[in-house]
Design a protein around this ligand. Structure first.
Ligand code: C5P
Length: 228
């Protein structure tokens, strides 16, 4: 069974403090986005890639794809929105009507493992929704606005959500439509399904699959690429 993948790259990347958003920053001599697309195309289960980019970066996307993107999988560039959730919804709207399973992945996670991507697709086909996540390694505290600890959350139950998050297309489309109608705003797609009581299965991820967010993360990414 094959799946399509939506790669969201329409963020502003303000935490990076650079003019270009992070998917377009060079890592190991190539735009970060190209590393992510190369990782995705390691899997023969991916049929189509929808690349969601800010309208003002569309030309840059096409330039980068022309220069570095000889993939055997078609890549379609569509416009994103103000929030990540808007970008995903616009990506979903661009899927082919025959598409049954869709993975949603952050462009800023270049160290995606083929087996984990494929396990998420298989899990979504079986259960409807699959969330790649890793167990929390640090103890996590809930902290009040006054800067004092409210509680310590038992670590055994805590997992850090990553992407890909993979779904039956009908299920995630409906969740996004309901969220739009109800004004529900979340930071990841699985949360929309949880909101309506849908089962979301965990697929154990990898700590390498981190989201590049800060300048330090870029240095770590450079080092990881060097050692392979
Ligand atoms: O901002 P954050 O790090 O959570 O973004 C995660 C991913 O979502 C990034 O790859 C970013 O480009 C994407 N994004 C998007 N549209 C937005 C905001 C974020 O495609 N409006």
């Amino acid at each position: 069974m094959q799946a399509d993948i939506i790669v969201v790259a329409a963020g502003k990347g303000e935490r990076m403090g650079r003019e270009l958003p992070k998917p377009f920053l060079p890592v190991g001599g190539l735009p970060l986005l190209i590393h992510t697309l190369r990782a995705i195309t390691q899997s023969s289960l991916i049929a189509n890639i929808i690349l969601v980019a800010a309208p003002e970066r569309e030309a840059l996307c096409h330039d980068i794809l022309r220069a570095h993107g000889r993939f055997h999988v078609p890549v379609t560039v569509v416009h994103g929105g103000a929030e990540r959730q808007d970008s995903v919804r616009l990506g979903l709207a661009a899927l082919d009507t025959t598409s049954e399973i869709v993975a949603i992945h952050d462009a800023a996670r270049p160290f995606l493992d083929r087996e984990i991507l494929e396990r998420s697709i298989e899990t979504a086909a079986l259960h409807g929704a699959a969330l790649v996540a890793v167990p929390a390694r640090d103890t996590i505290k809930r902290v009040g606005e006054d800067g004092t600890v409210v509680e310590t959350i038992p670590r055994q139950q805590l997992w850090l959500a990553q992407t890909p998050q993979t779904f039956r297309v009908a299920l995630i489309r409906e969740a996004h439509a309901r969220a739009l109608a109800g004004g529900v705003v979340v930071t990841d797609d699985a949360a929309l399904l949880e909101h309506w009581g849908q089962v979301v299965k965990i697929v154990p991820g990898s700590y390498r699959n981190f989201k590049i967010t800060t300048p330090e993360d870029l240095l770590v990414a450079e080092a990881l690429l060097r050692i392979g």
